[in-house]
Design a protein around this ligand. Sequence first.
Ligand code: ATP
Ligand code: MG
Length: 771
Amino acid sequence: MQNYLEQLNDAQRAPVLQKDGAMIVIAGAGSGKTRVLTFRIAYLMSQGVDPFNILSLTFTNKAAREMKKRISEIVGSSEAKNLWMGTFHSIFAKILRFEADKLGYPSNFTIYDTQDSQSVIRAVIKEMNLDKDVYKYKQVYSRISSYKNSLVTVKAYFNNPELMEADAMAKMPRLGDIYKSYVDKCFKAGAMDFDDLLLKTNELLTRFPQVLAKYQNRFRYILVDEYQDTNHSQYLIVRALSDKFQNICVVGDDAQSIYAFRGANINNILNFQKDYDDVKLYRLEQNYRSTKNIVHAANSIIEKNKTRLEKVVWTANDEGAKIKVNRTMTDGDEGRFVAGNIFETKMNEQAQNGDFAILYRTNAQSRAMEDALRKKDIPYRIYGGLSFYQRKEIKDVLSYLRLVLNPKDEEALKRVINYPARGIGQTTIERVTVAANHYERSMFEVMQNIDKIDLKINKGTKGKLQDFTTMIESFQVLNKSYDAFQMAEHVSKKTGLVQELKKDGTPEGIARIENIEELLNGMRDFVEEQKELADTTGSLSEFLEDVALATDLDNDKGDEDRVALMTVHLAKGLEFPYVYIVGMEEELFPSGMSMNTRAELEEERRLFYVALTRAEKQAYLTYTQSRYRWGKLIDAEPSRFIEEIDAGYLEYLTPITEHRYRPLLDADIFEDVDKSKLRLRKPQGGTPPKGPTEDQLRKLRRLRPVASDTDKNFNAKDANLQIGTVVEHVRFGKGKILKIEGVGADTKAEIKFENGGLKKLLLRFAKLNVI
Ligand code: ATP
Ligand code: MG
């Protein structure tokens, strides 16, 4: 345990060993900021600081879990489980539960996810008879969200003529009314949305000085990772909590600030020194993650930004390979290039699937990548997009569970009151809603008292409503003794959800049942992990909170070997040996929507810097000449960011570019082309890179019939390949087959090449020519 400090360099050790006071570590990517936080916590504990007194805020809960694990390895005890560690949202959701009554919320308040929030907003827009083409619910949601993150409450909004005018100018003069109605509805349903978790925490800390004092005393040491991306609301919370002891350590990189569009404020980093009495500034300069080529290329990019803090980043790592740039005709070709390259690298470098990441600017780009990876049987995982917990069947189960904890939760109630069908129609639901509004009670309470209220609902239907409430009440009783897993198992059976899907019998129905099983497995793991890591019981309420705040990254247990696909935004803080940044085109990256001002363009450039600095060994930049966007095939231009990298760090591969060859060619045919022969200089004066020569094309066509990658029933004999056969490979030249092993698609041959040494090749890809 003592020698763990030796796993840090001098610059890293300094902030770790400064036990007290305010400090900021500003440093470039891969320089060990997150490592400093981890080791600092271990050090504090070794100095006798109680883990209950340490609060650490991370970008994802997964990062927090990993840190906790690492810390318990270092300090060698189970004490680490008592650390307060997680995202802003998850930590403050916990605190709000303790203090909910002060704000008029039940402690079992529901956390509405984006879907729930947007559904409420849609209902409000409809109720108010507003034009849904003018008041687009997603847009309204994001405006309300940004108000909340700037601490503009409904009251503050109506006191601010400028905001009201801005919304009126945007043709949404009723935005404030929607905001008010939305907030009222959430409150009545005992629900907080994501932004409320920060907003209400701020409210709690400002309105109740004794509550503030309590948490100031508890969190004597505060640490924040990725500080550059805190928004105003988060900033105020950190400042308030750390005000008394001023033991605060934040780490960040202004060059990686990528959430300005969501209200992150880079000034938080710039102003930190003004906020505390005696701030110590540390810098780390040595990058441990990437090769020299990658580090230098990334430096050459970020230098183009005017707004930045001067920083040195260097590395003692190897020079490494140059960044490879590849151009294709279409996004389909781009996908095939990436998949083919991954396949090849896996073979040549003995790499695992999990060593690769494909990063893109927008989620829509994942499709072409997925198609190509699937064709090559390369397992992958997409992060982001619709999370597992938002799938319909999963959300149905979760809605029942939410109702168990908080029967006022209207979104959950509406979702499952008549699913599976139990004869409670839309008219009935509307009548209950009207009564709920009239009596200022929840829909559930109205249903519980349905006999006492004069509603135009017949006896039979009343009985059905009563059955429903009785069922939920019976779950509530069980919840007192069951853990989360037991509850979910019971609920999915008793509500008839699983039966309903079984009746369905279609492949989709079966897949849904499998998903529910997956949910139950996950819950079983959760209960076990909770008992082990956090010393709690794994109750339903703990589980639901975890789920409500889980980002997709958090569900990754890291036990599956898969290529990772995600947006650049999600990749923050992560690292992979091989990184493909795809769609390197103008209007896409930089995004066409972020090029109006220099500030926006600089944020895109920081985003590119983040992407590039995820790579440890090798980075690829790919782009296509044409791409479907908004339903139209457009000519794409290579991204300016490629040009901005010093040319010395780049290697241009020959892409398939020339339109005239297109009809003749299967894009895959190029996978094994000798790229060194086709290498191009950086295009100058706008001359496009040339495609392959006629001669090369002839050769490729000749080679083609031997095997194609879709040929799953590949048979070596049919291709005239056997031990002793002399073959020619486009890249390795002439060689002799020494061994053949495996069958069908997996047939491999060991070939001794005249100049390429001994190689083991998968025959269906190898494109060998018998000579
Ligand atoms: P980012 O800005 O991308 O979040 P970071 O500054 O947080 O990066 P880390 O993730 O902490 O950097 O470190 C980058 C990599 O370098 C990690 O794999 C880490 O384990 C390794 N590393 C950092 N410092 C050292 C060190 N002193 N010795 C060995 N490896 C190190
Ligand atoms: Mg980090």
